[in-house]
Write a protein that binds this ligand. Structure first.
Ligand SMILES: NC(=O)C1=CN([C@@H]2O[C@H](COP(=O)(O)OP(=O)(O)OC[C@H]3O[C@@H](n4cnc5c(N)ncnc54)[C@H](O)[C@@H]3O)[C@@H](O)[C@H]2O)C=CC1
Ligand SMILES: O=C(O)[C@H]1O[C@H](OP(=O)(O)OP(=O)(O)OC[C@H]2O[C@@H](n3ccc(=O)[nH]c3=O)[C@H](O)[C@@H]2O)[C@H](O)[C@@H](O)[C@@H]1O
Length: 455
């Protein structure tokens, strides 16, 4: 099938590459000339395991093309996927300017029938706005063309995006009952057949319900995390081990084990913005989402927890103190630093006068870019970008772990002790057992595990 993907970011590039891998002829459009030039020279703009190989294989096979040519992109695919960003607007609602601009481009250039697939995460009612924008452009151009807008939200996780896309646990498709909607449904059915031959994983629904499902999924996952983070903070106070509690409740199949890890707060480009956007939708309909307001507030506070623990040990004034920070990306296996908890921690350490040495296995280049926006030159001078995890430890008063990279899980504890000025570890992801750290002679501060540290 001929497919156009509009927006070649995390979702667009993965979607395009994976659909090409199944034999489709895919045209990826982006307005960012640098990104397209990089892709056309064999580079990949993001770190995503397995993606480079899939892209290279399909470019070589002639099934995957990258371009900034809007007219050619509209001419190419009967399916036009919109996978552009929907960042938060000033009031937290989803900013739809990129989605609507993409829609207008389609309307302006289309001639025959098109299925416009909203893959970006968009609030309820967006498909209607996309339809209206396309219709206006068709009317202005005087062309005769018909179309249908389908909602097909994406559920992939960064760091596992290719696997998630290739082995989806569900495919949500919202369409309407018009003749065009039914024609679109048949095309989408064929497209996704290789993923589930009997369509057992496809959930067909009306467009608004599909749009809402995406927000409901992210909001539920964020809620589980904030719930556990709040309990972890209480566990610290009442002498309870949150990890034991996690096992204890997760074994109930009604609860399940996933997304119950207490930590330094959730980050990334999606949970924070999608929780906010759903709250804004509710506001527009005169309803307050009390649970989600709390989920967001708990998460904002959780991002401060590591800093609070450092202050509890070293005092409010950190001038003259030096800390090692392991992990900058918002989660492992990505270089994405959007809303990363490490940024909040670094702000606190720098504001309190400390110096830091930071290390991340893949996010160093992105960290340099992002931190140069977060900090002024004088502040940046107090941040050293270390060449290795062990190198970051030299003469530090403590090690602070923010991201649970695999490479941090089994470190040489003797080396850690030898390099640190004081053998103290603040672990924002509960990578280690407190008893094991005590046996190694290391003062250990996890999240919701202080009962074991005190024993
Ligand atoms: N990042 C993720 O893991 C996931 C993201 N989503 C959703 O997917 C959408 C895209 O997210 P990301 O891929 O992370 O965004 P991104 O920021 O990585 O990529 C968006 C791309 O769209 C391009 N763009 C903007 N306007 C355009 C236009 N009119 N024509 C062509 N290209 C245009 C930008 O230059 C950029 O390269 C968002 O709504 C997000 O919430 C959904 C599931 C997972
Ligand atoms: O809409 C999106 O963009 C995506 O958002 C999340 O994916 P992602 O943000 O890539 O990463 P997650 O693995 O969900 O992690 C998000 C944050 O939650 C944190 N987290 C996750 C799980 C957990 O138990 N505890 C916890 O603190 C992670 O450290 C990370 O900061 C969802 O998991 C995807 O299904 C969804 O498609």
């Amino acid at each position: 099938m001929k497919i156009t993907i509009i927006g070649t970011g995390y979702v667009g590039l993965v979607t395009g590459a994976c659909l090409a891998e199944l034999g489709n002829d895919v045209f990826c459009l982006d307005l960012d000339e640098n990104k397209i030039a990089l892709l056309n020279s064999g580079g990949i703009p993001i770190h995503e395991p397995g993606l480079e190989e899939v892209v290279a294989r399909n470019v070589a096979a002639g099934r995957l093309h990258f371009s900034t040519d809007v007219g050619a992109s509209v001419a190419h695919g009967v399916l036009q996927f919109i996978a552009v960003g929907t960042p938060p607007d000033e009031d937290g609602s989803a900013d739809l300017q990129y989605v609507l601009a993409a829609a207008r481009n389609i309307g302006r250039h289309m001639t025959g029938f098109k299925v416009i697939v909203d893959k970006s995460t968009v609030p309820v009612g967006t498909a209607d706005r996309v339809s209206a924008a396309v219709r206006e452009e068709i009317a202005a151009s005087g062309a005769t063309a018909s179309f249908s807008v389908v909602s097909n939200p994406e559920f992939l996780k960064e760091g596992a995006a290719v696997d998630d896309f290739m082995r989806p646990d569900r495919i949500v498709l919202g369409h309407d009952g018009s003749a065009e909607g039914l024609r679109a449904r048949d095309l989408m059915k064929n497209l996704y057949k290789p993923f589930n031959r009997n369509h057992e994983r496809t959930f067909w629904m009306d467009v608004r319900s599909a749009e809402f499902t995406k927000y409901a999924a992210n909001a539920m996952l964020a809620t589980r995390i904030s719930f556990m983070n709040e309990l972890a903070n209480l566990a610290d106070k009442v002498g309870v081990d949150i990890e034991a509690v996690r096992h204890g409740i997760g074994s109930d199949p009604r609860i399940g084990h996933s997304f119950l890890y207490a930590g330094a707060g959730y980050g990334g480009s999606c949970f924070p913005k999608d929780v906010q956007a759903l709250e804004r939708t509710a506001c527009q309909f005169d309803q307050e989402l009390l649970i989600l307001r709390a989920v967001e507030a708990v998460n904002d506070r959780q991002k401060l927890v590591l800093g609070r623990k450092v202050v509890a040990s070293f005092g409010e004034d950190l001038a003259g103190r030096h800390f090692a920070v392991w992990g900058l990306a918002f989660k492992p296996n990505t270089d994405d630093m959007r809303e990363a908890p490490a940024r909040v921690l670094l702000r606190e350490l720098i504001d309190r006068g400390a110096t830091v040495a930071v290390y991340d296995p893949v996010a160093m280049a992105e960290a340099k870019r992002v931190l140069s926006l977060d900090f002024n030159a004088a502040e940046l001078a107090r941040i050293e970008f270390a060449a290795s995890s062990m190198g970051a430890l030299e003469q530090a008063d403590a090690l602070i772990i923010v991201t649970e990279w695999k490479a941090f899980r089994s470190p040489d504890f003797d080396q850690i002790k030898a390099r640190l000025k004081q053998a103290i570890v603040f672990d924002g992801r509960n990578l280690f057992e407190p008893e094991q750290m005590a046996a190694n002679g290391i003062e250990y501060h996890g999240i919701g595990r202080s009962v074991l540290t005190r024993r």
